[in-house]
Design a protein around this ligand. Sequence first.
Ligand code: ATP
Ligand code: MN
Length: 465
Amino acid sequence: MESIRRTKIVDIFKQLEFGSKVDVKGWVRTIRGNKYVNFIHLNDGSTIHNLQIVADAEKFGEEFFKPISTGACIHVQGKLVESQGKGQKAEIQAESIEVYGTADPVTYPLQKKGHSMEFLREIAYLRPRTNTFGAIYRIRHHMAYAIHKYFNDRGFFYFHTPIITASDAEGAGSMFQVTTLDLNNVPRTEDGQVNYSEDFFGSPTNLTVSGQLEGELGAMALGAIYTFGPTFRAENSNTPRHLAEFWMIEPEVAFYDIHDNMDLAEDFLKYLIRYALEHCKDDIEFLNEMFDKELIERLKFVIENDFVRLTYTEGVDILEKSGHKFEFPVYWGADLQSEHERYLVEKHFKRPVILTDYPKEIKSFYMKQNKDGKTVRGMDVLFPKIGEIIGGSEREADYDKLVQRTKELEMNTDPIWWYMETRKFGTAPHAGFGLGFERLVLFVTGMANIRDVIPFPRTPNNAEF
Ligand code: ATP
Ligand code: MN
């Protein structure tokens, strides 16, 4: 057969040049047949749609199809023709088939039947080959691209903040320590403490919990920046919304106050959801059909409605008066749990909510202090099914107030001396927020567990693959 170049299945369906010779490569999803003809459903990952290969049994011989079972990888050349069968527009009449790799039907774990999400997590090395995970990972890709596009189109600069950090002052959660010291033979100082001067960096270091502090330095020079990188939290929280390793997007903008910050957060989230509906249509329709019949409706609803904006104090008031029995008690000063956030969003307002002006005790030291002496200019964006999807704030730009707050909290500011100093040199109002990438992908895919929207999840007691 003459040499022709491989075409991705997604492009075959786009162009539909019937009668042309095509060359496709992919993994067998199903094969069925009889004495006369075999039908192979092939998927190459480029789209949720399989391409049907029709192979004449007589031409190839019965034995030929034995190694071609679910999971096998094959290379097919043939003619693209209009399909007679239901459910597909086109199929290939096979002229040649080459087997790249077989998949033993006895040991290949992904046979045709529907598997539970729990089981698929155990075989995370193969789950990208399922329809569901193919759809999720394609959507994840498009969301990452859309995030860069959104910021680039608006003059934000992608600013790379470090993964390894010596600052432990952010207070966002427990950290993973980074060390090259021999844990079986730790060097000690004279008074018995770990001697970090012998460690790689000469001081204790950790994996970052947030790029914000360094991101602020970027904003105070470039005006508007965003980070998009991995973030680590060693919290022992086994919830469907927490990972030990996740990706975070953190825009930070000079001269923004909290209102500008809320406008940005709302516009950004709506843009991303609109982008997904436009560019991931087939995959979202598949997930809507298979997992969550309200998915598309929910996505459209978020785009079409204004987010409700109210203060934490007003929110707590609503929760207290709701008469609803919560697992965790709610009172002014309490850190809101997911059940409280979702009550406000799903039961009370039935729209996404932005809560602002939280008690200073439950928020980080860097948030701008309000005149009431009790609250700070923090903002959380709360989404249906998710709870908190974004957390952000206007930052405290005043040096004295920032120092005073760190003293109240008895923080050691030595490791972040550089952060404190920015308030002395050309300080300015500024604000920013952090979007958890996997929480966004959870929302857009309608999945129920955050472990299913990242290829290789990292959670307590699990770092396999
Ligand atoms: P939560 O209260 O849900 O634990 P947080 O308030 O600790 O979140 P922030 O420090 O405000 O989170 O982080 C900013 C964003 O990062 C959150 O709004 C959320 O979308 C995401 N995020 C935080 N922790 C995790 C995690 N462990 N796994 C996945 N995403 C997370
Ligand atoms: Mn938060």
